[in-house]
Design a protein around this ligand. Sequence first.
Ligand SMILES: Nc1ncnc2c1ncn2[C@@H]1O[C@H](COP(=O)(O)OP(=O)(O)OP(=O)(O)O)[C@@H](O)[C@H]1O
Length: 519
Amino acid sequence: MDVVGQVVGGGFGDILIRQKSGRRLEVGSLLVSEEDDSILILEVFGLEYGSQIQDGMRQMVSGVQLEREGDMRFYEGEFVHYVLARVKPLARISGGKVSIPKSLPTFFGRLRPISAGDLEFMKKGGDRIFVGRIRSGSEVLETEVWLPAEDVFSHHILIPATTGRGKSNLVKTILWHSLCSNRVGILVLDAHDEYYGRRGDGLSVHQRAGENLVYYTPDRPPPGAHSLSINLASILPEHFEGITDLSDAQSQALRVFHGRFKEEWLTRILTEDPAKRSEGARDKEIKTGTLVALQRKLKLMLDLEIVEGRQLVSRNGFFDVTKGATTARDIIGHIEQGKVVVMDTSRLGSEAELVAGNVIAAGLLDRYKQYKASGQLDRMPVASIVIEEAPRVIGEDVLSSKNSNVYATIAREGRKFKVGLVAVTQLSSAIPRAILANMNTKIILGNEMKQEREAVIASASQDLSDDDRNIASLDKGEAIITSIFVPFAMPIKIPLFDEIVKGASRAGDAPAKKPRVFG
Ligand SMILES: Nc1ncnc2c1ncn2[C@@H]1O[C@H](COP(=O)(O)OP(=O)(O)OP(=O)(O)O)[C@@H](O)[C@H]1O
């Protein structure tokens, strides 16, 4: 047996291992204790020195070496000084079945490194999505990790990390595998226009992009892509809720206009001339000051302007008076067919992006509620919405200071209707605990901020209370998956998206060069 260490003490959840000299255990290393009829997988969460020599003596020997450059050494140093690893049991595997460990490994038992053969029970392929390979410390095993797509998407995914740790790469990886089947329809609000692959490789080079990827952009759509504009008539007063700061009077004004003018309500608010308002009873409901402030706010947010003759025109062609009447309906239709819809919102401000997302998310949730009511939900694919910088819509301050919004509703109850969120964030601590706890799969990337690690650890599906340092030391693309759909918290390495594309083109699964034309 390839021994790396031996059990020398500790207790359940905090077992002390002496590291064999010449081996190097890392925080996150996975070890195996072979028992009679099972194996126990253990994970290193702490490392410290051990020595048989008292402190004072060690410091004196060091003094001789440093100050006199003397050759004073300990006889058979590997016996007297060593590294102690603190490990916790992760899983017991017996006859291909995984269970939560409830006992200690054999006292004085020797441990070996984990190998791919120990993890053969892990299921692959089918309606699962690939997220990476099992990692032991910084060593990557061959074992692939595939998550059950419908379950994880409908029960929400949280991707927490600080900047530059590989969030976008992970989202791309997940979307890539979602394109293989139609079991999950996904809306991606792509604020950096980075997923489709206009510049460099993106989802468009996937073998099935033609059938399963739909790209909407307001900026010179490539062949087969759709021009993205949303008609003002698609927007309802509630689409602004929980997105932008509106006073009570302003919210009231939105509703009054909607009640009076139905689909034309937004155009009417924006084009009403404050100077020509009559003092009739109807207008008293809305003060001129409120109207003027509302017009200013909406024009700025939606990038609209009033030109001669009180004509309303769109400056960026996104929110439009004439175009885009069916956009929201069409996008919802694509998601219902299990496609991935990438919406390039890179030209929009943050609030406008969220309003656009709201129009679609609210319509989608409504449709799925209807499917449930009519008994058709079972045959529908799961629907999911990828939202970056998630605290913008599900942050504590947003939800307490403004009315709730559709994203929060989805986070709380979307699961019942097969609608989920993929929330990407640098600030998990800004999301209320109840919502964090509802995100039943967390793919935790590196994070150097203690407060953020604590928020994620406190709401994890497995006990990660000893993993603070482990999470702090995660390198780019290294992650820990905690989920009600995995048997134990899994350390993984996410592949680089470019390598996935290269691998697919070698295997003939993706064209190597030009993006595909799709519709
Ligand atoms: N799985 C990975 N393996 C190796 N390197 C990676 C991996 N994922 C990302 N990287 C590296 O880290 C860089 C940043 O990745 P990415 O843009 O995905 O991070 P991010 O967290 O989305 O950053 P930002 O918050 O700035 O958008 C990439 O350019 C890439 O070089």
